[in-house]
Write a protein that binds this ligand. Structure first.
Ligand SMILES: *Cc1c(COP(=O)(O)O)cnc(C)c1O
Length: 394
């Protein structure tokens, strides 16, 4: 067993050695030549990782995923404007609360935990009123449910609404093509699939989203205003320093390393983002084969399970103390998060470097299989490990 426990939660995640090296330095100045170069390169790499076009504006702001969500709400929506929220769990709930605090008139279409509203329902809702924007959580980390972002973005576009996706548990792991799908805002935080420590809010806004900010009547809070940050981003991209509020300089250099690493993904015939998405799909399929072999049931309904984490129901007779037994075996997983049923399931994160590390995936399955057996759910752990190997080599 490795000395340090393996971190398999839905963020923070295990991160690349080169990224650790990049942030393990004395803090550079925000006007140093290295930071200027790294900042510009990171912004350009964001467009590529987000599959966005040249007009799209990336933002790197000190903060959390929650801050990035707030930034989207405050820059796109005026008090009194109607928005549609596709609600799939804990983080959608948070998005709705933010929008209401912004004064928006929020219509929610909500699914049972583990489900997602179906396309026809969203379509009907979009046709029923003049919505400024549709908001959805790409992968809701509380349920492990992934929405069909392509279909939602398409429906929003056809009804003249902007589309905003909270990608905090999805960006750089689940397929999302900002330009091709005409997505208007896609946001995340550094500690999820991007593969950094927590500390950066990351957001890319389409040209349409930038125009929505320009025509806003009620200004956003200054610290998250697109209009304050845009000149800073443009200056760094043009190779010049600029100041509004101090950027997290060490993390920005690490961000460049991580994004460039992501863009170098290679999986047989696939390269770049297609390979990166395929790696996550393959690892998720392999783990799902293991959960199946261990006789476990997922919380998400069939076809809705994300590739970035597994939300798994405790089998009969097993409770949340099982998470501690997995920890004793050197692997950290997470308990449930959805308020209605958090004591009934656990979560395993599988994003970033671990998807290319079969040994760590196997170690996770083994720790979970043995812990379940210890708690009375005894199944053939070696069959689960074989299932992972078979899928990874399929
Ligand atoms: C983690 C997460 C957030 C919140 O990010 P913080 O950095 O913890 O504020 C928001 N949305 C989703 C989908 C997440 O997974």
């Amino acid at each position: 067993m490795e000395e340090r426990p393996l971190l398999m939660i839905p963020g923070p995640i295990e991160i690349a050695d080169a990224v650790i090296a990049a942030y393990s330095t004395p803090p550079p100045s925000h006007v140093s030549a290295d930071v200027i170069r790294d900042f510009g390169d990171a912004l350009r790499a964001m467009r590529a990782v987000w599959c966005a076009d040249e007009e799209a504006q990336p933002f790197v702001v000190p903060g959390s995923g929650t801050l990035a969500m707030e930034m989207a709400a405050a820059n796109l929506v005026d008090p009194g404007e109607a928005v549609l929220l596709v609600h799939t769990g804990f983080f959608s709930e948070r998005m709705g609360e933010m929008l209401r605090r912004r004064g928006a008139d929020v219509t929610e279409i909500k699914a049972e935990p583990g489900g997602a509203p179906d396309a026809a329902e969203v379509e009907a809702a979009l046709g029923s009123a003049d919505f400024k924007a549709l908001f959805a959580t790409h992968v809701d980390t509380s349920t492990g449910v992934r929405v069909d972002a392509e279909a939602l973005a398409d429906a929003a576009t056809r009804h003249g609404a902007l589309s905003v996706f909270d990608g905090v548990c999805a960006t750089a792991a689940e397929r999302l093509e900002m330009a091709a799908w005409e997505v208007d805002v896609y946001l995340t935080a550094s500690q999820k699939a991007i593969g950094l420590p927590a500390g950066l809010a990351l957001l890319v806004a389409s040209d349409r989203a930038m125009k929505a900010r320009e025509s806003l009547g009620s200004l956003p809070p200054m610290s998250i205003d697109f209009a304050e940050w845009t000149p800073i981003m443009r200056a760094y991209e043009a190779g010049k320093p600029s100041y509004f509020s101090t950027p997290a300089t060490t993390l920005i250099s690490a961000l460049r390393v991580s994004l460039e690493d992501i863009l170098r993904s290679d999986l047989g015939a696939d390269h770049g983002m297609p390979a990166r998405f395929a790696q996550h799909q393959r690892a998720a399929d392999a783990l799902r084969a293991a959960w199946d072999a261990l006789d476990l049931t997922l919380l998400p309904a069939p076809g809705l399970a994300a590739n970035t984490l597994s939300a798994i129901r405790y089998p009969a007779g097993v409770d949340a103390t099982m998470v501690g037994s997995v920890r004793e075996r050197g692997v950290i997983i997470a308990g449930g998060l959805h308020p209605d049923l958090k004591h009934t399931y656990f979560r395993v994160g599988h994003m970033g470097r671990v998807v290319g590390e079969p040994e760590r995936l196997l170690r996770t399955v083994e720790a979970i299989g043995l812990a379940l057996a210890q708690h009375g759910h005894e199944r053939d752990v070696s069959a689960a490990l074989d299932a992972v190997e078979r899928q990874l080599h399929a």
